[in-house]
Write a protein that binds this ligand. Structure first.
Ligand code: ADP
Ligand code: MG
Length: 336
């Protein structure tokens, strides 16, 4: 596989300071069983991540956008040291993230996570109050006599009424569960907040309230935000930088406004065109189906669906290369 020139690549975040997180040519292959009928036919490798390179600087806000199955959650698991990459490196402050994670409580306190399955991430036998108080006690964030007041404070910050503290997760709505997960994540005073589809599927008023809260945290408190979403509107509201994924690869990255105003990758353009707008019909959706990561096309993985495809696209696989101010694109024939 061709490699981009590392030194020439722009960072996916603001230009100052060393990167907080870095992914260097990360590959993640899952071994999946194949069967014909009821008969097991051994295992094949599924490339969930294929040559991913990403750098997140302190204080930046980065959105990771892509269709379901493009590898977003896998990227996050590698970034947080929850999954070992098959190839490549995941670094936090210049050190292997798995070592930082194993090395003590600092990583767990500094880097807070809101999981895609917020309900599944909460212990059903603990009340909301206990769930939010747990990190306060665990990391000794405040003296024991202040835990109750601090818990109420956190619940209020995410827009939950005080009486919710006595309830259990099973008695909460989807929106309330997300708020609890965010309150719990904020309890340890993290410097990094990583969230996987934290506001997807919520009603618009709940979504707006949580987005405002997250934006305020990022802008006022300087929290580094890494936000996974499939919603370009959410990405543009919340994050200064965007990275667009397609089938295990980052295909475009740069300042969110610049990328969305004039996408360089045909896939980014197609995503933008597919986003619903007021008073306008939705333009043609992407033709064809997303290929299986078990059977990637030769050359560019987007070539089968690309409106601008040319012969060389089916022959060689484009890599991420610089494309204007702070931007990079993996395409032989960028649109803009
Ligand atoms: N534990 C796993 N074992 C096998 N395949 C997996 C596993 N986790 C994810 N995958 C596959 O890897 C690809 C990327 O998945 P995922 O990272 O969850 O994507 P996304 O979060 O963008 O929807 C998908 O094809 C998915 O089926
Ligand atoms: Mg996911």
């Amino acid at each position: 596989m061709l490699e981009p020139d590392m030194n020439a690549l722009p960072d996916a975040a603001s230009p100052s300071g060393p990167p907080l997180f870095e992914l260097l040519d990360v590959e993640k292959i899952y071994q999946v069983g194949v069967r014909s009928g009821l008969v097991a036919r051994g295992h094949v490798g599924l490339a969930a991540l294929d040559g991913v390179r990403l750098s997140i600087r302190r204080g930046s806000s980065v959105a990771l956008v892509g269709e379901s199955g493009s590898g977003k959650s896998t990227l996050l698991r590698v970034l947080l040291g929850l999954t070992e990459p098959t190839q490549g490196l995941a670094l936090y402050r210049g050190q292997p993230v798995a070592r930082m994670r194993a090395g003590g409580q600092d990583f767990a306190r500094e880097v807070a996570m809101v999981y895609q399955d917020a309900r599944g991430s909460l212990n059903p036998r603990m009340s909301v109050g206990e769930l939010v108080a747990e990190p306060l006690r665990h990391f000794a964030i405040c003296p024991p006599e202040e835990v109750a007041a601090r818990t109420q404070d956190l619940l209020a910050r995410v827009g939950l009424a005080a009486d919710v503290a006595a309830r259990y997760p099973s008695a909460l709505s989807g929106g309330q569960v997300r708020r609890v997960a965010i309150a719990r994540a904020l309890a340890s005073n993290p410097s990094v907040l990583v969230a996987d589809e934290a506001v997807s599927g919520l009603d618009v008023s709940t979504q707006a309230q949580l987005l405002n809260l997250l934006r305020k945290l990022q802008r006022d408190m300087g929290i580094t935000l890494f936000f996974i979403t499939h919603d370009l509107g959410v990405a543009s509201y919340l994050c200064e930088e965007i990275a667009i994924m397609y089938l295990g690869r980052i295909v475009e990255t740069g300042p969110t406004n610049a990328v969305l105003a004039a996408p360089a990758h045909p896939y980014s353009l197609a995503l933008r065109r597919a986003a619903p707008k007021f008073f306008e019909p939705i333009t043609e959706p992407l033709p064809g189906e997303i290929p299986s990561p078990l059977d990637l096309p030769k050359g560019c993985r987007f070539s089968g669906r690309c409106a601008f495809v040319q012969d060389d696209c089916r022959a060689s696989d484009p890599v991420l290369v610089p494309h204007g101010q702070g931007r990079a694109v993996a395409c032989h024939h960028p649109v803009s």
